[in-house]
Design a protein around this ligand. Sequence first.
Ligand code: NDP
Length: 396
Amino acid sequence: MARVMIIGAGGVGQVVTHKCAQVPEVFSDILLASRTKAKCDRIAERVYQQYGRKIQTAALDADKPKNTIKLIKKFKPDMVINVALPYQDLPIMDACLATRTHYLDTANYEPKDVAKFEYKWQWAYHEKFKEAGIMAVLGCGFDPGMTNIYTAYMKKHYFKKMKYVDIVDCNAGDHGKAFATNFNPEINIREITQKGRYYENGEWKEIDPMSVHKPIDYPGVGPKESYLLFHEELESLVKNFPEIERIRFWMTFSENYLTHLRVLQNVGLTSIKPVVFQGKKIVPLEFLKALLPEPASLGENYRGKTVIGVQIEGEGYSGQMERRFIYNICDHAESYKETGTQAVAYTTGVPAMLGAMMVLTGVWKGAGVFNVEEFDPDPFMEKIGQYGLPWQETTF
Ligand code: NDP
């Protein structure tokens, strides 16, 4: 029986709230807080209609730790699940430290003025969390999150030495809109317009954005053009499994998506440098976000599936070279039926709920700041299917 405070009422927050509400034996009291309270209330109403459970809601600007501290002191959660934006990671971690409350998120901290995806700011909190005797679990969505756990599972069960790791992420869905992003547009566009990066033989190699691509054959979907990007789990996996010789991240994009993105970039709308418009400073990317559909609203007509997994080649425990592929297939329409959101939000929210459950039930233990591959993957892998993200295994 635990009290949980969820911050962020976007697509992912909606899934986490539904998922926590489905498990009252663990999450006995739930508070959903976000910048716009009306969004929390809409989610709470849906949860009430579906499961008859009352969720508390609150308005919260989590940019300032003092606001979050005040709400934590009032609600007294055992854990905060942060599914607001990466900019809020550090202020929310500060609030958790001040109140000795466990913390979990799904995306690493980014400063607003530079698109930089690095764990250094959050890893720097390790000693403080350790001294406070509390846990911060970083990156517990799908990628990062599930992909780190798939890697840890394959290390534990199959590979004496993991040599080549490829994380492959395919969205073969269609939402029927001309252009939209599947999660927060600002974060999504910052992520894919920066230089690509991968790790090989002890060093990071940089490439121009979207310049390396190839078709990858995704189970249940078929071959899809996939682009090499930097993704944050690469950094923690290299740190926690230094044996890895090469690790890359691949994601599918449609021609239509890339054409829109190119045009938006060419006219300057993806820039994060402020410009003066009618006497007011605006950030073009923030303005673009205001025009694009909210990710949480994409679910209704979304058809198709996501396929995300990890392919590893290396030396097996028998001494033979082995190739293993663990993945999940998630259906947009099924996700919508259950939680009112599409599969990208669903695949992020389910691991966040289960990660919180692992901490609150004492299965994942420790004090400090952790990435999810540092925990025993087995209890998580045993349970994740029953909560909606079954996994499959094959060679490739
Ligand atoms: P949305 O933009 O749909 O939702 C973000 C929510 O956070 C909104 O409700 C927003 O409020 C709220 N918010 C923003 N600023 C503040 C603030 N200062 N204080 C309180 N609340 C705030 O994003 P998503 O739901 O798509 O994504 C949520 C998180 O999940 C992001 O960090 C994203 O990077 C991460 N993610 C991780 C993935 C993974 O696999 N690991 C995959 C997809 C997403 P308002 O509505 O008022 O703007």
